[in-house]
Design a protein around this ligand. Structure first.
Ligand code: AMP
Ligand code: ZN
Length: 111
């Protein structure tokens, strides 16, 4: 499968990994839009929120708990940060492997 995030997960493509467990990996976005820009990515290849299944309930929950932890690690927990899932074309989703953006380190404009 020609998926860039699957390749990162398999370490076929290098990335700046800041957290990893059996189910989830977190790495720095290659084109950051803020001083802190991380991608929280399940190792299971799910295309987007649209393709989530009931069995993914715990996995999604864990992604948010890891977001909380890495926000502390990157020291944006106190000032705040934004969590975003882009879904489909109108949202500008460019990688068809589910990922949660964690963005912070500056005041973020809304829309
Ligand atoms: P989205 O637009 O929500 O699909 O976000 C995809 C994100 O993946 C973009 O912010 C890209 O900069 C990022 N990205 C694409 N390729 C890589 C890569 N090889 N390593 C790290 N981030 C990447
Ligand atoms: Zn994938």
């Amino acid at each position: 499968m020609n998926c860039i995030f699957c390749k990162i997960i398999k370490k076929q493509v290098t990335s700046d990994i800041i957290f990893e467990n059996e189910r989830i990996i977190v790495f720095k976005d290659i084109e950051p839009i803020a001083p802190v820009h991380l991608l929280i990515v399940p190792k299971k290849h799910i295309l987007s929120i649209n393709q989530l299944e009931d069995e993914d309930k715990e996995l999604i929950g864990e992604m948010f708990l890891i977001a909380r932890e890495v926000s502390k690690q990157e020291k944006v927990d106190k000032n705040g940060y934004r969590l975003i899932f882009n879904v489909g074309e109108d949202a500008g989703q460019t990688v068809d492997h589910l990922h949660l953006h964690l963005i912070g380190g500056k005041k973020l404009p809304w829309a």
